[in-house]
Design a protein around this ligand. Sequence first.
Ligand code: AMP
Length: 599
Amino acid sequence: MPEAPNNSTTDYNTLTEKNKKCLEFIEDVTSNPDEVQLRVLSDILTQNATVEYLHRHGLSGQTDRETFKKLVPVITYDDLQPDITRIANGDRSPILSSHPISEFLTSSGTSGGERKLMPTIEAELGRRTLLYSLLMPVMSQFVPGLEKGKGMYFLFVKSESKTPGGLLARPVLTSYYKSNHFKERPYDPYTNYTSPNETILCQDSFQSMYSQMLCGLCLNQEVLRVGAVFASGFIRAIRFLEKHWAVLCNDIRTGTVNPVITDPVVKEAVLRVLKPDPALAEFIERECSKSSWQGIITRIWPNTKYVDVIVTGTMSQYIPTLDYYSNGLPLVCTMYASSECYFGVNLNPLCKPSEVAYTLIPTMAYFEFLPVGNNDQDQEPNPVDLSEVKLGQDYELVVTTYAGLYRYRVGDLLRVVGFKNKAPQFSFICRKNVALSIDSDKTDEVELHQAIEKASGHLVPFDATLIEYTSFADTTTIPGHYVIFWELSVKGSSTHVPPSVLEDCCITIEESLNSVYRQGRASDKSIGPLEIRLVEPGTFDKLMDYAISLGASINQYKTPRCVKFAPIIELLNSLVVSNYFSPKCPKWFPGHKQWNNMN
Ligand code: AMP
C-alpha cells in the first residue's frame, strides 16, 4: 500500500472534506429517492435495451417504469435458472446484460442444494466500492478520531471455481478482496487495517487466520475498532486466539513466524509487522491464561471503540457471546448487502442491535417491495416502489440491477421502521424460509425434512422408526452446530439401535444438506459436527402440552421443525437420553456438482 501522506493538517482537511462529500451524497439521494430510482431504472433499461431477456418479455427499448412493470414479471431464481445455465455454459450473447458478465457471484442462498449464481459485471465493483466509502464518514460522525488508528478486521477469501463456460464463480467478498478496488486502494486512514492484504488473500484459511491474528496482536495499541463481516466469523477468531495464543505469543516474543505459516508471501507480509516484543508477548500470555475470557477484546486491544460485525437477522444469536468477550462495547452493523446487489447502510451505527435500520441507497439498483401478508398465491405479485412503502409494513425486497437481474425476489423480509429524509429505513426481519443457520448457511425446513427422512432409513433394520423431530442451531459451542432432537419408537424392548448407526444418521443428514452447509463444515470449519439427541418416549407430547399451555390451538398444533424459544429447548434437553455426533465431515467440493461430473 502507498505510504501515508505526511502533511497531517492537509490530510485531516482532505479527510473532512471527503467525509462531507459522502454525507452530502447521502442527504442528496435520500431527499429525492423516487427521482433517483426513476433515473436508475432508466439507466439500467437503456444500458440493457438490447438484451434477450427484456425482448423476450416484450420490452423493445422502453425505459419508463410503467411499461417495465407491466411487461416484466417478478421472478425468483428458479425462473432465471435456464438463462443462468446458458451463461455458465459459455453463451456470451447478451442474454441478461449488454455488458459482458465478468463472473458469477456464488450466493449463500441455494437452489437444488447448490449455491445460486448471480451474474455480475465489472462496473458493479465500482458501485460496491461506493457503498463501502460511505461507511466511515457515517461512523466518524459518532466516533471521532478513527483515522488515528487501525481496524482489526478478520477478512477471508474462499475457494473459487470455473463454470463449464470458463467464468469464475466465487463469493462476492472473495471477488471484492481480489479486485484492484481493494488490493490497490489508495491510502485511506479508514481502510488502514492490521491485516496486510497478503494475509487476507491467503487461500489457506488456517494460515490466513493465524497471520491476521498475529498482526492484530502485534499492533494491539493501534487498534481502534475490530470486526469481521458476520458475528460468527468474529467469534471464530476469538476462539482461534483461545486455542493458539501460546504459539502466537512465542512468535511475538522472538519476532519469528511459526512454521505453520508456509506461504512465503504471507510470511514476508507478517514479518513487515512483527518485531520481537517480549513485553507484549508476556502481557498477552497473562491475559489469555486468566480463567475468564470476559472482556478479552478490551483487555488485549484496550483502545477499541466498537465491534463492527453484522448482528442482525440470524446473527443476533451471537449477541450475548460478543457482549461477553467485548465487555459490552457497541456492536455496530454498518451495512446490508448481498451477492445480487449491495443495498444500504446504517446511518445510526451506534444504535442497539435491535434498533438497526438500513437506509437503501437509491443509486445502487432499482428497488421494489412486495407487501408481505396480502400475497395471495394465485394473484400476480404487485410490488410497490421505494417511495410508496408504509411505516410499520413488512415487505420482501425485489431488485433490478445493472448486472441483469430484473424484478428479482431476493428473499429477504424487511420492515419499514423510519425515514431518512424521504428514503425509507428498514429493519432486517429475516431471510424467508430459513430454519437453521450457524454461519452463512441457510437451511430450510423442506431440505431438513428430506435429509432427516433419508437418515431415518438407517433405523429400519433395527425395527425402529422416527416418530417426531425438531431442531435448533446451538451456538453455545464454537463453532455452533445443528442439533436434531429425535424421538424413536422401537418395536420389541430388546432391540437397540447401536451408537454407530445413529452416528451414520448424523453424517447422512449432513451429506444431504446444501453445499453451503457442507462447505462450512468441511472447508471453512465454521460449523461444528451435527448432533442427534434422542429424547424419551412421550417428549413430543410434552412439547405439545407446553405449547398449548402457552396458548397454541390444540386443533392447529403442528410440531415445530425448528425451535428457538429457550424454555422449549430446556424442556427438550431435560428429556434427552443420549446424544450422537457426526463422526466426520460431509463431502464438499468447490463449484457445482454437475461441473465436477459428480451426478
Ligand atoms: P449472500 O447471498 O451470500 O451474498 O448473502 C446475502 C444475504 O445475507 C442477504 O440477502 C441477507 O439475507 C443476509 N445479510 C446481508 N447483510 C445483512 C445484514 N446486515 N443483516 C442481516 N442479514 C444480512
